[in-house]
Design a protein around this ligand. Sequence first.
Ligand code: SAM
Length: 185
Amino acid sequence: MIDLALVHHPVTDKRGDLVTTSVTNIDLHDIARSCRVFGVETFWVVTPVDAMHLLTERIIRHWREGWGLNYNPGRGEALKTIRLARSLEEVIASYAEGQRPRVVATSARPQGSLSIEQIDDIARQERLLVVFGTGNGLAPAALDKCDAILPPIQGMDEYNHLSVRSAVAIYLYELAQARRAASGK
Ligand code: SAM
């Protein structure tokens, strides 16, 4: 079982300062669709800002109950994966005793410790929470909450700073491929 968290605080800006980023409509839609396609159970949107919770709830309502439901029912189906939390600690604490997920972070900076195949093995035996940052990446305070870090997605040279939406889709596709290879499908 795989869950995913998009963290808006604590993350860093390009100077390395600790910041809180805004939730964006495009992140919600694109990442929710990737989650729905690749079988992620819960897409955690993590922000301490109340106004961002209200914005996210309003966007979800629009596509699940409002005009959006008639215009494009599939979009509400994807947005159904979203749950809100104020911190990564709150996400981790929300799991029942004995159900705590293995928390793995992602970053473009090479510091990864587990391969996709190892991560997939974990996901088949226990719940996995894959954590993505925003801004210029997860702050050390967020990385400290994680049990491991996935190796970065490598491009053709040293430039590998993807949008978080692209990184999510690539990792979830790789995990799905690893699962297919393991099950021989
Ligand atoms: N320099 C930042 C970093 O090191 O991750 C780029 C931040 S990027 C705009 C936002 C998020 O997308 C990152 O926190 C990470 O979760 C993900 N991401 C971006 N590029 C990635 C890559 N090449 N490998 C793994 N994750 C990546």
